[in-house]
Write a protein that binds this ligand. Structure first.
Ligand SMILES: Cc1cc2nc3c(=O)[nH]c(=O)nc-3n(C[C@H](O)[C@H](O)[C@H](O)COP(=O)(O)OP(=O)(O)OC[C@H]3O[C@@H](n4cnc5c(N)ncnc54)[C@H](O)[C@@H]3O)c2cc1C
Length: 533
């Protein structure tokens, strides 16, 4: 069959790119190897009927304010919930620290642990809110500028210089220097480490994308897709079909056809073929795209080296999904009742030593000895996720993809580790006993790589977000093969539900191929040049 455009992978990046192209009037084909679509937007009744569990992404960053959510008018189809309290950490001594969206309330909460830290936070919050709005968010939705040009533009004014300075420092060092109280430091590290896991890169390396600024802002933040994360995929797919797009599922790509150095189509394992007169774009990982779909022998030497040097995240997530009679009730609710309503809980790491221990164990490919995980009261914030009066929650624990199990079977390990997580939880929430659990489902990287082979070795980001692979050093949207683009998580702004790559590549392809844009894109250079204090 003949199309103008072919997009490989119906995760959110592929859905966004394909919808922009279909709405621009291109005859577009979106292909997906699975029966279902959405990739990391997946919600399933894996425990009991009526209990909806998000098996991959749960906490979506600032979705209602993204340009694609606005352009595709998704507000009409996909409501988002913005909880008042975003990050919370209960401690075994019965205290709790909660960050909300309101500055005064958050400052008062920090002041219960350290007055000095509360004032430091207030001072940084004022700068951070402005930096997030004027720099961090615009940079997330535009092709990154060359590092020197970025530095030069940002260097023209004090706020930009401050942002650059923080991008060049280790988040751990920044947090330790600014804050004195250990609990305050821990919650800030939890906040910058994206998903409540302790990330090697967050602790040890610089953060050129500037995500450390996220420790200090409150207005932007994580949201929940009402009814479950899959609803975002559903809304996107509805828009794509309305725009006249064609969708092929169960389409295992056998090869991307290259003719005279140009990508001209695809062949699927079941014999289906499609031609593309304008472009082919891949939103799956770089190794499947270039090694499996094209073949190393067809690649220029430079690209082969680039693939060999490309790094993946070295940790994965061990997920525990629970159907409950009642939500976890913290001992610490008598200290701060709002801990119960906080979107993202950090549970188990009360000291920096405990935090470091999990981090060191994962680096050594060991199962973490000290249990510490991220969680949240999903059905309290969104009652549609569970039958009336019942609840769902989850716990994500950082874990090596194939930990050294010393001969134990993986199934045994899963059951044993899940029990250890529940035991740890009950130290903070005494009602987290077996008696409260109606159903339980363990989902580790061993399972999710089976469903999403693009998450290689359990890498939820499809590429390490390390300093040498982000901003203008990302994998790149353009390829040496004419008519072939990369539009997935290996490209800026990287993995996670941001939609950034799909949105940016839609604009870039439109500009390069002379497609009339029905949407407005922002000129990042002009935006940074016009920064005001
Ligand atoms: C346990 C877990 C928890 C997470 N939590 C969060 C969170 O809370 N917040 C957040 O923002 N992110 C989270 N993530 C990460 C997030 O899910 C991913 O970063 C995101 O899904 C990436 O989107 P994508 O469109 O690039 O890729 P995907 O969502 O992976 O979509 C890629 C699509 O391509 C398809 N595909 C793969 N190979 C082929 C092929 N050969 N041919 C055709 N199609 C193919 C896949 O089936 C899939 O549908 C989590 C991930 C995991 C695993």
């Amino acid at each position: 069959m003949a199309f103008d455009a072919i997009v490989i992978g119906a995760g959110h990046h592929g859905l966004i790119l394909a919808t922009y192209m279909a709405k621009a009037g291109l005859k577009t084909l979106l292909t997906e190897r699975r029966l279902t679509y959405g990739g990391g937007l997946s919600t399933e009744e894996v425990t009991l009927p009526g209990f909806y569990h998000n098996l991959h992404s749960i906490n979506h960053f600032h979705i209602e304010h993204t340009p694609w959510y606005r352009d595709l008018q998704l507000g009409e189809k996909v409501p988002y919930i913005t909880p008042r309290y975003e990050f919370g950490q209960a401690h075994r001594d019965g205290s709790a620290l909660v960050f909300g969206r309101d500055l005064e309330e958050t400052v008062a909460n920090i002041a219960r642990f350290s007055r000095k830290d509360a004032e430091t936070f207030r001072e940084w919050n004022i700068k951070a809110e402005k930096i997030t709005t004027d720099v961090f968010l615009p940079e997330r939705y535009a092709e990154p500028l060359p590092a020197e040009e970025r530095a030069q533009l940002l260097g023209r004014h004090p706020l930009g210089r401050e942002f650059l300075d923080i991008c060049n420092r280790q988040p751990l060092e920044v947090v330790e220097e600014l804050f004195e109280n250990e609990h305050v430091r821990l919650l800030f590290l939890f906040k910058v480490s994206l998903f409540g896991t302790w990330l090697t890169d967050t602790l040890n390396k610089t953060s050129p994308m500037g995500s450390v600024i996220r420790a200090f802002d409150l207005t932007t933040g994580y949201q929940l897709c009402k009814g479950g994360s899959f609803n975002l995929a559903r809304g996107l797919m509805e828009r794509y079909i309305e725009a006249g797009g064609t969708y092929w599922n169960q389409c295992e790509i056998e090869r991307i056809v290259i003719e005279n150095g140009r990508a001209t189509g695809i062949e699927c394992a079941d014999g289906r073929t499609a031609k593309a007169s304008s472009f082919v774009a891949s939103t799956v990982d770089v190794h499947q795209t270039f090694e499996n779909f094209i073949g190393r022998d067809q690649l220029p030497e430079g690209l082969r080296r680039k693939l060999d040097d490309f790094k993946y995240t070295t940790w994965s997530l061990f997920g525990l999904h629970l159907a409950l009679k009642e939500m976890p009730r913290f001992v610490a609710e008598s200290f701060d009742p709002n801990i119960r309503l906080t979107q993202k809980w950090s549970i188990g790491a009360d000291t920096m030593d405990e935090l470091n221990s999990a981090h060191e164990d994962v680096k050594k490919n060991k199962v973490p000895e000290i249990i510490q995980f991220g969680s949240g009261p999903l059905s309290v914030l969104d009652p549609s996720l569970a039958p009336k009066g019942k609840h769902v929650t989850y716990a994500w624990h950082v874990m090596p993809h194939s930990p050294d199990l010393d001969g134990q079977s993986f199934e045994e390990f899963k059951a044993e580790f899940a029990q250890k997580m529940i035991d740890r939880w009950s130290q903070y929430c005494p009602n987290m006993t077996r008696d409260n659990i109606l159903g339980m489902y363990v989902y580790t990287s061993q399972e999710y790589v089976h469903h999403l082979p693009n998450m290689r070795n359990g890498d939820i980001f499809m590429g390490a977000l390390s300093a040498d692979q982000v901003m203008d050093r990302h994998f790149g949207y353009r390829t040496p093969i004419q008519g072939l683009y990369m539009a997935g998580s290996a490209t800026h702004p990287g993995g996670a539900i941001s939609g950034g790559a799909g949105y940016i590549v839609a604009g870039l392809i439109a500009d390069e191929l002379g497609i009339r844009k029905w949407w407005k894109t922002e000129d990042l250079r002009a935006r940074l040049a016009s920064l005001r204090n």
